[in-house]
Design a protein around this ligand. Structure first.
Ligand code: FDA
Length: 376
């Protein structure tokens, strides 16, 4: 007889949400995580009373009312609205590209003036490409120029994209940028979703709420004693790396990662916004996150005399580093497919779920939606 119905490997949003629904249905669950804390990548560390998003900024957004109502039933969410700012050589531009950006860029005031300016710059870029004998954009630079023109490309896209990928835009494929939405309205709200926010009291509240009443163990790696953990339950929900589960027998799946340089500042307000992108190639980091702005608004910012910032550096991933973003190129997708075929042979006694086990980028809301679907 097994002591549990489910052994859940990984306490990120997938594992924690799965455990929540299983526990509610009366199933006995054990959640283990190799990290010293629960929550996976949404975990926040408390530094000077500020919730620091240790694994990168996390902003919850969805248009799915059921998902929104569900997470709010675990912990209420605040009204944080993501409106990043770009800093290019000391000048600031609102994102995403909207009438504020165009006013800052060209001084244009009406939507007609902005549309005409963009059209003029696109036409210039297309004429240049055709003069060189190209019929289709041959790389990311030409694609961006054809979609939005020189000024926005050079000041807001080029340097940022080159830092993100560690390669020149002229050496990156055009398909990376399919569309560049422009808004001819004065609206800095980054997401188009109906709902967005941050849990009041931070993400750890969401995780603690999901895992209430569930047995958990941190500092516990499934692979340190695989045979032991496999005796715990007839069904394993695995949310770790797909290739690791199969001992890398076909080789390593690749990732992109981010290095964070986090610093406490002896001042209440460093940059006045949660997210500032540095779009100039000469600045080595891509963004600075100032964590308190996710949860403190207006004058509340000054209640705490300190602030915490994180500079983000895009970094090539090596085994041993945090695997953040799957690289969904042909070689990695083909390798992942071979591992997925192995995984399918273990169904239903092993359920592979989440961003690492599916080798697929997921935002938080789709993860929750997926697990909710499994329990309906
Ligand atoms: P997650 O990685 O959170 O959890 C997996 C857990 O398994 C980890 O805790 C790990 O320690 C554990 N584990 C792995 N192997 C194990 C083993 N062998 N034994 C025991 N435990 C093991 N989404 C969004 O909606 N808005 C946003 O703003 C962002 N921002 C963002 C920034 C960055 C940098 C990244 C990489 C991702 C985002 N996301 C996001 C996506 C979000 O992080 C993602 O949806 C969730 O983390 C997915 O949860 P999982 O449970 O799948 O993985």
């Amino acid at each position: 007889a097994y002591p549990y119905d489910y052994l859940i490997v990984g306490s990120g949003l997938f594992g924690a949400t799965f455990a929540h629904f299983a526990h509610k249905r009366g199933a006995r669950c054990l959640v283990i995580d190799k990290r010293p804390h629960l929550g996976g990548n949404v975990y926040c560390q408390d530094v000077e009373g500020i919730h620091v998003h240790q694994y990168g900024a996390h902003i919850f957004h969805t248009s799915n009312k059921r998902v929104w109502d569900f997470v709010n039933s675990i912990v209420p969410f605040n009204r944080y609205t993501n409106s990043p700012v770009a800093n290019y050589q000391g000048r600031l531009y609102n994102l995403p590209f909207n009438m504020n950006t165009f006013y800052q860029m060209w001084g244009v005031v009406t939507p007609e003036e902005a549309a005409a300016k963009i059209e003029e710059q696109r036409a210039e870029a297309l004429a240049k490409m055709r003069a060189e004998g190209a019929t289709e954009p041959r790389n990311l630079e030409e694609q961006a120029l054809a979609l939005i023109g020189r000024d926005i490309y050079e000041r807001l896209i080029k340097g940022y994209t080159e830092k993100q990928w560690g390669r020149q835009c002229t050496e990156l494929p055009a398909f990376i940028i399919k569309r560049l939405p422009v808004r001819l309205v004065y609206d800095n709200n980054y997401f188009n979703d109906l709902y967005q926010g941050i849990p009041v009291g931070g993400y750890n509240r969401l995780i603690d709420g999901l895992l209430e009443g569930v047995d958990t163990r941190t500092n516990t790696d499934f692979f340190d004693d695989r045979a032991h953990w496999e005796q715990m339950a007839p069904t394993i929900v695995y949310t770790g790396q797909l290739d690791e589960f199969f001992e890398y027998r076909y080789g390593h799946l690749n990732f992109r990662t981010v290095r964070f340089e986090t610093e406490v500042k002896p001042q209440p307000n460093y940059q006045g916004n949660a997210v500032v992108n540095y779009t100039d190639a000469a600045v080595p980091y891509t963004r600075i996150i100032e964590h308190k702005h996710f949860e403190q608004f207006g004058q509340q910012v000054y209640d705490n005399p300190h602030t915490v910032i994180s500079r983000e550096y895009s970094t090539e991933w090596q085994p041993g580093m945090e695997p953040y973003y799957p690289v969904n190129d042909e070689a990695n997708n083909a390798l992942a497919d071979r591992y997925r075929a192995l995984a399918a042979t273990l169904s239903p006694s092993v359920i592979f779920g989440g961003r690492l086990a599916e080798y697929k980028y997921y935002d938080m809301a789709p993860i929750i939606e997926k697990v909710m679907g499994m329990w309906e």
